[in-house]
Design a binder for this molecule. Sequence first.
Ligand code: GLY
Length: 296
Amino acid sequence: MTIISTWEISFQGVKIARDILKEGKSVEDAICGLINDIELNPDFHNVGYSGWPNEEGDVELDAAIMDGDTLSFGAVASMRNIKTPVSVARLLVGRPYDNFIVGDGALQFALENGFKSEELLTEPAKARWLQKIHDMTDLDKGHDTVGSVIASGGRVVAATSTSGLFMKRKGRVGDSPLVGPGLYADSEIGGATATGVGEDIMKGTLSFQIVNLMKSGMSPSEAAGKAVKDLHENLIRKNQKPRDFSVVCVNKEGEWGAASNRDEFPFVVCTGDEVEYYVSKDFGKVYEKRKNQYDI
Ligand code: GLY
């Protein structure tokens, strides 16, 4: 069993996923348990409840899940008022059509399936939005999307969830709900997922690219490093300034990799009992083990 997930905020969620798998439940139960833990945490502002709002002060959420056994997926985008969008996306997996639904259609589908409509904007997120409206010179946009991949019992499943970029335009959707850039899983090869600025991640179809590199024989760490470096360098060759993007991946044997064009990219891994927190440096050439503030 290997579980890998982006950012420090995944620490408790990875423990939850590990325990769900140990109870003999499904990989989907485990990956949604991991991501629900982050979606429901009011202190994590890039995912689910308490996510950063768009420029109009509304929280619009994106999420997806892909089943590597069938290549089927479920995805929602620009969905409001639902705290756990990855669980809504999960209900769309395996349908012949309607695998990706957005906006009011996604909310309606969630309500029809027993999800509660709730306010997602919390006081701290609203305060930051009001401050930003007041001071439009701060152009920093948060993008700590959760993306997770699990390889267990011959299956590979990937999933994502995000509130997208802070102060995004209403209706803007990034890479996270998109099969190809944001996530990809094929149980015969492995799975990958991305985090960072979706507009750049889409340009490299980053997650699919990593799975394809693993298919050609690369290890997960080689594939992650090459895909991130190639996209970074391609953008520079085309006179673009690359924004931040980072990836995690696992092959079907449970070997893992991570890479980023940031100086440091934190992620969490579990390959058995221990849940370990690492920082990836130098396009995935270096992994440094660190202590995690959420290890409680
Ligand atoms: N990677 C998240 C986004 O760009 O929305």
